[in-house]
Ligand binder design. Structure first.
Ligand SMILES: C[S@@+](CC[C@H](N)C(=O)[O-])C[C@H]1O[C@@H](n2cnc3c(N)ncnc32)[C@H](O)[C@@H]1O
Length: 250
């Protein structure tokens, strides 16, 4: 895929998006979602990012409707390099489809970008509206009980080779969650071609399974499965890294 931007001349947020595929190669979580996508006719990928899952589904012969939605222009510009799907620039809460999809997915912990109760409510309501009756929504979010943000610290940088083939060093830094479970995350990028490091910041909400279920019930979803790992191990509140949930719109 061609580079949508030159890493030497972007801001930190755009660089973060540009490096996304570089840092997140295809993995078991993508295969988990791909199986659902290949088994559905009309699919909405909420927070589709660079569009990897829908593009793979099309290349593997998916013949139905594939639609990806994401509010980040730099992520969506990369998705738009492919004509595998319809791509829409918008947050979940602004999705206006009514009864058009039999599956919605929200992969790669994109659910953690819903930073407060009102955004979560409005996003789930829009996803529910977009689904046919009985349609499924599959998504994952990190389990707050595992305190994973404590492993994101500047003492533990990682070195990569950037998309231009140049060495780059990435330092991550995360605080403790605020009263709403939101962890502020900062990434600092250092490469030889910048005088100053570039910085990207975001918030990620860590929601408990109990709070999640209250939101799901209030927005007309019933939980069909809850896994704690991509091999479909059942969710264990004290040990599972992820809360992977399959719900149906009732
Ligand atoms: C970690 S990325 C995951 C991308 C992709 N789903 C994947 O599996 O690779 C999270 C994505 O969620 C998107 N996002 C942020 N806020 C969102 C919102 N309110 N509604 C939908 N997507 C959102 C971000 O722009 C980003 O592309």
């Amino acid at each position: 895929m061609a580079l949508a931007y030159d890493p030497r001349s972007v801001d930190g947020e755009t660089l973060d998006a540009l490096l996304y595929d570089h840092l997140n190669s295809w993995g078991v979580s993508d295969t988990f979602y791909l199986d659902f996508v290949m088994g559905a006719e009309n699919v909405l990928d909420v927070g589709c990012g660079t569009g990897t899952i829908l593009s793979r589904a099309r290349s593997e012969g998916h013949a139905g409707r594939l639609c990806g939605l994401d509010p980040d222009p730099a992520m969506l510009d990369q998705a738009r390099e492919s004509d595998a799907a319809e791509w829409l620039l918008a947050p979940a809460a602004e999705a206006s489809w009514k009864g058009e999809f039999d599956l919605a997915i929200m992969s790669g912990n994109a659910f953690q970008c819903l930073l407060d109760d009102e955004t979560t409510r409005a996003s789930l309501a829009a996803i529910h509206r977009a689904l046919v009756a009985g349609g499924r929504f599959v998504f994952d979010t990190r389990n707050p009980a595992m305190h994973e943000w404590r492993t994101w610290n500047p003492e533990d940088p990682f070195e990569i080779v950037d998309p231009l083939g140049e060495p780059m060093r990435i330092y991550q830094e995360a605080g403790e969650p605020d009263a709403h479970g939101v962890v502020a995350l900062k990434a600092r990028f250092e490469a030889g071609y910048w005088e100053q490091p570039l910085v990207a910041s975001c918030g990620l909400r860590f929601i408990s399974p109990e709070a999640l279920d209250r939101h799901l019930t209030a927005n007309g979803f019933t939980v069909e499965h809850r896994f704690g790992a991509w091999d479909e191990t059942p969710f264990d509140p004290g040990n599972s890294r992820s809360i992977i949930t399959v719900v149906r719109a009732v």
